[in-house]
Design a protein around this ligand. Structure first.
Ligand code: FAD
Length: 347
């Protein structure tokens, strides 16, 4: 019998498999899509994510990120910058990140089977995943996790604004080492330097419009984007709730474990920390410890993201956000660095 099946070969699933291999577990990854996998993502790795990856020997090519800059969508104000105190983050294309993790998996001899997880049966002292015996299953199969549904951890759809993400790349040299967040009356545009000649632009919006329509709300940014654009990818609705992050021998990690919003841009850092915690619990044969740990790992990010979402749901507060951050740069810098610092995994 195998020790562990990981459903999903995104960054979090691959990291979980690397941790498992390191812990001496017999692990396989199930991922139906051929690599390198692309995805709608702002592609900004926070310093915590860079550190988690480095710990796994993964040093993907990209562009260093010095911090976060908030700007108003019309370019009428100077904006405000929060430099990262925990060292640089890195803008990394998802395909580059995928390849870097896949190389490590291959070097470790961890197999990636090109098929999805379709059924899970709890047999008490083991699981049957698509009829094959395994002691544990880690579900890292993303925002709409089919595995989460299979094991009954999907919660009801939350009410309120449904937000979506749209992302494309623009072929031009980055003009800043900061991730720029441009705020319009109803959307945010994130500009991330991801290579010497490439920037990523991700727009978060609740209106369901297309990329060009959404970009029209950011005239200063639109003018700056002079290079050729790639096709647009989308994701959402972003908010996903779960009933719990574990049941029996099945643990949820990454976006599969629930998601608030991409507004604060540390989904990968959080997922990597959860992957590390989940494998630590499984290596000790204590899956029961994971729920509490996962809750603690995600708490800081959840509270800050909910607070920012709530505040920016009001038109008035949205308009006042950038001027307020300009007036109180230390508050802005403190909040950004709370999110950027490496995530501690509780013992
Ligand atoms: C617009 C946008 C901007 C973002 N910006 C940032 C950012 O700047 N920085 C950041 O850190 N995060 C950002 N995020 C969040 C980040 O993209 C996610 O947190 C991250 O991709 C989660 O990784 P994951 O491995 O959990 O899931 P995914 O990357 O979604 O991978 C899940 C994998 O599971 C596979 N799968 C699906 N079903 C099955 C199945 N049944 N069996 C097996 N495999 C299956 C899929 O094919 C996929 O490859 C952003 C998200 C969005 C939408």
């Amino acid at each position: 019998m195998r020790d562990l099946v990981v459903a999903g070969g995104g960054p979090v699933g691959m990291a979980a498999a690397l941790h498992a291999h390191r812990a001496g577990l017999d692990v396989v990854v199930r991922e139906p899509r051929p690599g390198p996998i692309d995805k709608a993502c702002g592609e900004g790795l926070m310093p915590g994510a860079v550190a988690e990856l480095a710990d796994l020997g993964v040093l993907p090519r990209g562009h260093d990120i010095a911090g976060i800059r908030y700007l108003d969508g019309h370019g009428a104000r100077a904006g405000v910058e929060a430099p990262f105190k925990a060292g640089p983050g890195r803008g990394v294309r998802r395909t580059v990140l995928h390849s870097a993790l896949a190389e490590q998996l291959e070097a470790a001899g961890v197999a990636v089977e090109p098929r999805p997880v379709r059924s899970v049966r709890d047999c008490g002292d083991h699981l049957e995943v698509d009829g094959e015996r395994t002691r544990y299953l880690v579900a890292a199969d993303g925002l709409h996790s089919p595995t989460r549904r299979l094991v009954g951890l999907e919660a009801e759809r939350p009410g309120g604004r449904r937000r979506f993400g749209l992302r494309c790349h623009v072929q031009q040299a980055p003009w800043s080492d900061f991730v720029e967040v441009h705020w319009s009356s109803h959307a945010e545009a994130y500009v991330t330097p991801v290579d010497d000649d490439l920037v990523g632009v991700a727009i978060l919006t609740a209106r369901g419009e297309g990329f060009d329509e959404a970009l029209a709300d950011f005239p200063a940014l639109r003018e700056r984007l002079v290079g050729e654009r790639t096709r647009v990818r989308g994701a959402g609705p972003l908010r996903q709730r779960v009933r719990a992050r574990a049941t029996g021998r099945v643990l949820l990690v990454g976006d599969a474990a629930g998601y608030v919003d991409a507004l604060t841009g540390e989904g990968i850092a959080l997922g990597l920390a959860q992957a590390r915690a989940a494998v630590t619990c499984l290596a000790a044969d204590r899956p029961d410890l994971y729920e509490r740990q996962a809750r603690r790992i995600g708490l800081r990010q959840e509270v800050l993201t909910h607070a920012l979402l709530l505040a920016t749901g009001s038109q008035l507060l949205r308009r006042r956000l950038v001027p307020a951050a300009e007036r109180l740069p230390w508050v802005f810098t403190t909040a950004v660095n709370q999110l950027a610092r490496p995530i501690e995994v509780p013992a």
